[in-house]
Design a protein around this ligand. Structure first.
Ligand code: 1GP
Length: 244
Protein backbone atom coordinates (compact mmCIF):
# COMPACT_ATOMS: atom_id res chain seq x y z
CA UNK A 1 0.00 0.00 0.00
CA UNK A 2 1.50 3.36 -1.02
CA UNK A 3 0.25 5.10 2.10
CA UNK A 4 2.47 3.08 4.42
CA UNK A 5 5.65 4.05 2.65
CA UNK A 6 4.71 7.54 1.49
CA UNK A 7 7.28 8.96 0.99
CA UNK A 8 9.65 6.66 2.87
CA UNK A 9 12.80 8.08 1.36
CA UNK A 10 13.91 10.94 -0.87
CA UNK A 11 11.37 10.87 -3.69
CA UNK A 12 10.43 12.69 -6.88
CA UNK A 13 6.91 13.30 -8.13
CA UNK A 14 5.94 14.52 -11.58
CA UNK A 15 2.80 16.68 -11.45
CA UNK A 16 0.49 16.36 -14.45
CA UNK A 17 -2.35 18.84 -14.78
CA UNK A 18 -5.33 17.60 -16.82
CA UNK A 19 -5.58 21.05 -18.41
CA UNK A 20 -1.95 21.29 -19.44
CA UNK A 21 -1.27 17.79 -20.68
CA UNK A 22 -1.84 16.64 -24.26
CA UNK A 23 -1.27 13.09 -25.48
CA UNK A 24 2.02 13.87 -27.29
CA UNK A 25 3.64 15.61 -24.34
CA UNK A 26 2.28 12.91 -22.01
CA UNK A 27 4.03 10.15 -23.86
CA UNK A 28 7.34 12.03 -23.88
CA UNK A 29 7.39 12.99 -20.22
CA UNK A 30 6.18 9.58 -19.03
CA UNK A 31 8.94 7.84 -20.93
CA UNK A 32 11.46 10.02 -19.04
CA UNK A 33 9.60 9.34 -15.77
CA UNK A 34 9.71 5.58 -16.37
CA UNK A 35 13.32 5.50 -17.54
CA UNK A 36 14.61 7.43 -14.52
CA UNK A 37 12.11 5.86 -12.10
CA UNK A 38 10.16 8.85 -10.85
CA UNK A 39 8.45 7.68 -7.67
CA UNK A 40 4.98 9.10 -8.18
CA UNK A 41 2.81 10.82 -10.74
CA UNK A 42 0.69 13.48 -9.11
CA UNK A 43 -2.54 14.27 -10.99
CA UNK A 44 -4.39 17.52 -10.41
CA UNK A 45 -4.54 21.25 -11.09
CA UNK A 46 -6.16 24.52 -10.10
CA UNK A 47 -8.93 24.48 -12.71
CA UNK A 48 -10.85 21.62 -14.29
CA UNK A 49 -11.48 22.00 -18.00
CA UNK A 50 -10.56 18.36 -18.60
CA UNK A 51 -11.50 15.19 -16.76
CA UNK A 52 -9.08 13.84 -14.19
CA UNK A 53 -10.28 10.28 -14.87
CA UNK A 54 -9.30 10.58 -18.53
CA UNK A 55 -5.85 11.80 -17.52
CA UNK A 56 -5.43 8.92 -15.07
CA UNK A 57 -6.51 6.38 -17.70
CA UNK A 58 -4.02 7.85 -20.17
CA UNK A 59 -1.20 7.77 -17.61
CA UNK A 60 -2.01 4.15 -16.70
CA UNK A 61 -1.89 3.11 -20.33
CA UNK A 62 1.65 4.48 -20.62
CA UNK A 63 3.32 3.82 -17.28
CA UNK A 64 3.16 1.76 -14.12
CA UNK A 65 4.33 4.54 -11.78
CA UNK A 66 1.90 4.96 -8.86
CA UNK A 67 -0.61 7.75 -9.42
CA UNK A 68 -1.38 10.07 -6.52
CA UNK A 69 -4.40 12.32 -6.74
CA UNK A 70 -3.52 15.94 -5.93
CA UNK A 71 -7.01 17.42 -6.18
CA UNK A 72 -7.33 21.14 -6.80
CA UNK A 73 -11.06 20.95 -6.13
CA UNK A 74 -13.95 18.53 -5.61
CA UNK A 75 -14.34 17.99 -9.35
CA UNK A 76 -10.98 16.27 -9.28
CA UNK A 77 -11.92 13.43 -6.98
CA UNK A 78 -11.37 10.05 -8.55
CA UNK A 79 -11.45 6.44 -7.48
CA UNK A 80 -8.86 5.51 -10.07
CA UNK A 81 -5.72 6.84 -8.38
CA UNK A 82 -3.47 4.62 -6.26
CA UNK A 83 -3.41 7.18 -3.43
CA UNK A 84 -5.27 10.39 -2.66
CA UNK A 85 -3.88 13.47 -0.94
CA UNK A 86 -6.51 14.80 1.44
CA UNK A 87 -5.29 18.38 1.49
CA UNK A 88 -6.19 20.85 4.17
CA UNK A 89 -4.98 24.37 3.38
CA UNK A 90 -3.71 25.16 6.86
CA UNK A 91 -1.86 28.35 5.90
CA UNK A 92 -5.21 29.91 4.96
CA UNK A 93 -8.40 30.76 6.78
CA UNK A 94 -10.87 29.64 4.18
CA UNK A 95 -13.15 27.24 6.09
CA UNK A 96 -14.15 25.37 2.93
CA UNK A 97 -10.54 24.37 2.34
CA UNK A 98 -9.89 23.59 5.99
CA UNK A 99 -12.93 21.34 6.55
CA UNK A 100 -15.95 22.21 4.35
CA UNK A 101 -14.89 20.34 1.22
CA UNK A 102 -13.73 17.41 3.32
CA UNK A 103 -17.21 17.02 4.76
CA UNK A 104 -18.63 16.98 1.24
CA UNK A 105 -16.01 14.48 0.06
CA UNK A 106 -16.00 12.15 3.07
CA UNK A 107 -18.97 9.93 2.06
CA UNK A 108 -17.40 9.47 -1.38
CA UNK A 109 -14.05 8.66 0.18
CA UNK A 110 -15.16 6.39 2.99
CA UNK A 111 -14.42 3.14 1.20
CA UNK A 112 -11.09 4.50 -0.07
CA UNK A 113 -9.68 5.09 3.41
CA UNK A 114 -6.58 3.02 2.81
CA UNK A 115 -5.64 5.31 -0.09
CA UNK A 116 -5.89 8.58 1.84
CA UNK A 117 -2.86 10.58 2.91
CA UNK A 118 -3.80 13.60 5.00
CA UNK A 119 -1.72 16.64 4.19
CA UNK A 120 -1.20 19.95 5.98
CA UNK A 121 -0.88 22.12 2.89
CA UNK A 122 1.03 25.36 3.46
CA UNK A 123 1.36 28.13 0.88
CA UNK A 124 4.55 30.15 1.12
CA UNK A 125 4.51 33.43 -0.82
CA UNK A 126 7.29 34.27 -3.20
CA UNK A 127 6.71 37.29 -5.36
CA UNK A 128 3.97 36.95 -7.94
CA UNK A 129 0.45 36.03 -6.83
CA UNK A 130 -0.10 32.40 -7.82
CA UNK A 131 -3.24 30.68 -9.15
CA UNK A 132 -3.59 28.67 -5.97
CA UNK A 133 -3.68 31.85 -3.87
CA UNK A 134 -6.30 33.44 -6.09
CA UNK A 135 -8.45 30.33 -6.48
CA UNK A 136 -8.28 29.43 -2.79
CA UNK A 137 -8.96 33.04 -1.78
CA UNK A 138 -6.28 32.74 0.86
CA UNK A 139 -3.07 34.55 1.51
CA UNK A 140 0.25 32.71 1.44
CA UNK A 141 2.54 33.02 4.45
CA UNK A 142 5.24 35.57 3.51
CA UNK A 143 8.57 33.92 2.69
CA UNK A 144 10.35 36.19 5.17
CA UNK A 145 8.28 34.86 8.08
CA UNK A 146 9.78 31.40 8.72
CA UNK A 147 8.47 31.34 12.29
CA UNK A 148 4.89 31.47 11.06
CA UNK A 149 5.57 28.62 8.62
CA UNK A 150 7.14 26.56 11.41
CA UNK A 151 4.26 27.24 13.82
CA UNK A 152 1.77 26.26 11.10
CA UNK A 153 3.67 23.05 10.28
CA UNK A 154 3.89 22.17 13.97
CA UNK A 155 0.15 22.70 14.36
CA UNK A 156 -0.39 20.43 11.34
CA UNK A 157 1.76 17.72 12.87
CA UNK A 158 -0.02 18.04 16.21
CA UNK A 159 -3.39 17.75 14.47
CA UNK A 160 -2.29 14.43 13.03
CA UNK A 161 -1.60 15.14 9.37
CA UNK A 162 0.51 12.47 7.67
CA UNK A 163 2.64 14.99 5.80
CA UNK A 164 3.41 18.71 5.49
CA UNK A 165 3.46 20.17 1.98
CA UNK A 166 5.33 23.44 1.49
CA UNK A 167 3.92 24.97 -1.69
CA UNK A 168 5.21 28.05 -3.51
CA UNK A 169 2.45 27.67 -6.14
CA UNK A 170 2.62 26.21 -9.60
CA UNK A 171 4.84 28.36 -11.79
CA UNK A 172 6.01 30.44 -8.83
CA UNK A 173 8.85 32.78 -9.71
CA UNK A 174 10.90 31.36 -6.83
CA UNK A 175 10.62 28.07 -4.94
CA UNK A 176 10.07 27.82 -1.18
CA UNK A 177 13.30 29.22 0.33
CA UNK A 178 15.69 26.57 1.58
CA UNK A 179 15.97 28.18 5.00
CA UNK A 180 12.23 27.72 5.46
CA UNK A 181 12.45 24.03 4.54
CA UNK A 182 15.37 23.68 6.96
CA UNK A 183 13.49 25.35 9.82
CA UNK A 184 10.42 23.19 9.27
CA UNK A 185 12.59 20.07 9.06
CA UNK A 186 14.19 20.95 12.41
CA UNK A 187 10.78 21.20 14.04
CA UNK A 188 8.58 18.44 12.65
CA UNK A 189 9.12 14.70 12.34
CA UNK A 190 6.57 13.90 9.65
CA UNK A 191 7.55 13.86 5.94
CA UNK A 192 7.85 17.16 4.10
CA UNK A 193 6.90 17.64 0.44
CA UNK A 194 8.09 20.74 -1.42
CA UNK A 195 6.72 22.03 -4.72
CA UNK A 196 6.25 25.08 -6.88
CA UNK A 197 8.86 26.92 -8.93
CA UNK A 198 11.55 24.21 -8.74
CA UNK A 199 13.35 24.64 -12.05
CA UNK A 200 17.03 23.84 -11.76
CA UNK A 201 19.19 21.00 -10.41
CA UNK A 202 20.40 23.35 -7.70
CA UNK A 203 16.81 24.14 -6.64
CA UNK A 204 16.18 20.40 -6.37
CA UNK A 205 19.35 19.41 -4.54
CA UNK A 206 18.91 22.43 -2.25
CA UNK A 207 15.37 21.33 -1.34
CA UNK A 208 16.48 17.74 -0.63
CA UNK A 209 19.51 18.94 1.28
CA UNK A 210 17.35 21.22 3.43
CA UNK A 211 15.17 18.30 4.48
CA UNK A 212 12.48 17.75 1.84
CA UNK A 213 11.48 14.09 1.57
CA UNK A 214 9.55 14.59 -1.63
CA UNK A 215 9.91 17.19 -4.36
CA UNK A 216 7.15 17.87 -6.88
CA UNK A 217 7.88 19.11 -10.40
CA UNK A 218 5.23 20.42 -12.78
CA UNK A 219 5.79 23.33 -15.16
CA UNK A 220 9.52 22.92 -15.53
CA UNK A 221 9.08 19.39 -16.94
CA UNK A 222 6.74 20.64 -19.66
CA UNK A 223 9.37 22.94 -21.13
CA UNK A 224 12.39 20.85 -20.15
CA UNK A 225 11.76 17.10 -19.58
CA UNK A 226 15.48 16.68 -18.84
CA UNK A 227 14.93 18.34 -15.45
CA UNK A 228 12.90 15.29 -14.39
CA UNK A 229 15.81 13.01 -15.26
CA UNK A 230 18.16 15.33 -13.35
CA UNK A 231 15.84 15.33 -10.33
CA UNK A 232 15.79 11.51 -10.25
CA UNK A 233 19.58 11.36 -10.49
CA UNK A 234 19.90 13.86 -7.63
CA UNK A 235 17.42 11.77 -5.59
CA UNK A 236 19.50 8.66 -6.30
CA UNK A 237 22.66 10.34 -5.09
CA UNK A 238 20.92 11.43 -1.85
CA UNK A 239 19.60 7.89 -1.33
CA UNK A 240 23.04 6.49 -1.94
CA UNK A 241 24.61 8.95 0.49
CA UNK A 242 22.07 8.01 3.16
CA UNK A 243 22.65 4.30 2.75
CA UNK A 244 26.44 4.50 3.08
C1 1GP B 1 3.35 21.33 -7.01
O1 1GP B 1 2.53 23.39 -7.55
C2 1GP B 1 3.61 22.55 -7.68
O2 1GP B 1 3.48 21.58 -5.66
C3 1GP B 1 4.07 22.41 -9.07
O3 1GP B 1 4.69 23.60 -9.32
O4 1GP B 1 4.44 23.65 -11.74
O5 1GP B 1 5.94 25.27 -10.55
O6 1GP B 1 6.57 22.86 -10.74
P1 1GP B 1 5.45 23.86 -10.67
Amino acid sequence: MIKDSFPGKKSVALLLDPDKTDSDSLEGILSVASEYKADFIFAGGSLTFNSIDNLIDAIKSLSSIPIVLFPGNLLQLSRKADAILLLSLISGRNPELLIGNHVIAAPYLRDLREKLISVGYILVGGGNKTSVEYISQTEAIPADKPDIVVATALAGEMLGFNMIYLEAGSGASAPVPQRIIREVRKNVLIPIAVGGGLRTPSDISGAFDSGANLIVLGNSCESNPQILADACKIRDSFRHRMST
